[in-house]
Design a binder for this molecule. Structure first.
Ligand code: ADP
Length: 309
């Protein structure tokens, strides 16, 4: 797959604060890319620079073959962005907000109608067109935010915490839309999220801290590298579990044992066949990856990370 976003040695300071520190990464075309980090890690700064709304200090950014230093306008056309804070005009109707936005891209009349219908179908807002934004619920507004970002058919959709604070039904709809955009239109989706089960859906994940990459890879790779595996063992007595010399917890109907990797789990099971009659193995979760990589919860508070040594 082609590289559609290339960030090379990007740096940005606010006074003495180095928000982005020599950051380099690539996003491939059609990928769902998760850009993670605790609050203050430098995600918004990076996104604002990519969208041309903030100046970088150093580095190079190439988006869909266009260099940000030379071709800002083309880059703006390539990107659709949903920011955490809605950019919709609260006093205008849904229809008017989208019409104003479309006019910026010279989309008028029949073309606009057609695009509006497509988006209203995709995001299920046909019945909201005449409503003012100020009268919409958070979930309804978020759907219109996404429609606004998509109006000009961008190649890349940037979603900055698109589901934070939303009800489960709207979250589900937004994920359905993300999958549809990727399947049908091969759109590249660049996502920040605090929900690790969402990051688990990504093709590739980068975790940044203090403006630098702390870990990257597919969710599967990251789970292998930064979390433990667990074997839950049923229908055994605690004395036998103790003999395995593994850290364990009592759970419903059995015991949950920590193992460093799946291959070690296999060895333990093969060496103790008489004990392992009824069991399951699970990998750590993306939540554990995040905690172990950053040593912090998603809001930035310190936490006891799992000791992997
Ligand atoms: P994130 O989006 O990951 O939460 P940000 O990019 O917003 O992180 O912030 C990175 C760092 O830069 C933080 O230390 C933050 O306090 C600082 N920062 C962000 N915006 C400004 C600003 N306008 N002025 C000064 N410092 C800022």
């Amino acid at each position: 797959m082609n590289k559609i976003i290339e960030i090379k040695h990007l740096s940005k300071k606010y006074g003495n604060i180095l928000a982005v520190n020599d950051l380099s990464f690539e996003v491939r075309e059609g990928e769902l890319f998760a850009f993670l980090g605790v609050n203050g890690a430098g995600k918004s700064t990076t996104i604002n620079i990519m969208c041309t709304s903030l100046k970088k200090d150093e580095g190079e950014i190439i988006i869909d073959g266009h260099n940000l230093d030379k071709d800002k306008e083309q880059i703006k056309r390539t990107l659709g962005v949903v920011f955490q804070d809605s950019l919709l005009d609260a006093n205008l109707t849904v229809y008017d907000n989208l019409a104003v936005r479309a006019s910026l891209y010279n989309i008028y009349k029949e073309d606009f109608k057609k695009r509006l219908n497509e988006l209203a179908d995709l995001l299920d807002f046909k019945d909201l067109l005449k409503r003012r934004i100020s009268k919409l619920s958070g979930g309804q507004r978020r759907r219109i935010d996404i429609a606004r970002a998509l109006i000009h058919k961008p190649k890349i959709l940037i979603l900055d915490e698109p589901t934070t604070g939303l009800d489960p039904k709207t979250r589900k709809l937004i994920w359905k839309v993300i999958f549809e955009l990727r399947n049908k239109y091969k759109m590249t989706v660049f996502l920040t999220t605090h929900y690790m089960e969402e990051a688990n859906e990504a093709d590739y994940v980068i975790i940044i801290d203090k403006g630098q990459i702390k870990a990257e890879g597919t969710p599967h790779d990251l789970k292998n590298k930064y979390t433990l595996d667990f074997i839950t063992l049923y229908n055994v007595n605690e004395e036998d579990v103790k003999k395995l010399n593994l850290k364990y917890y009592k759970v419903k109907d059995g015991y949950k044992l920590e193992v460093k990797s799946t291959s070690i789990a296999t060895k333990i099971i093969l060496n103790n066949k008489e004990l392992f009659k009824d069991y399951e193995i699970t990998k750590g979760k993306m939540d554990d990856v995040f905690l172990n990589v950053t040593g912090k919860g998603k809001e930035g508070e310190e936490n006891d990370a799992i000791n992997l040594n």
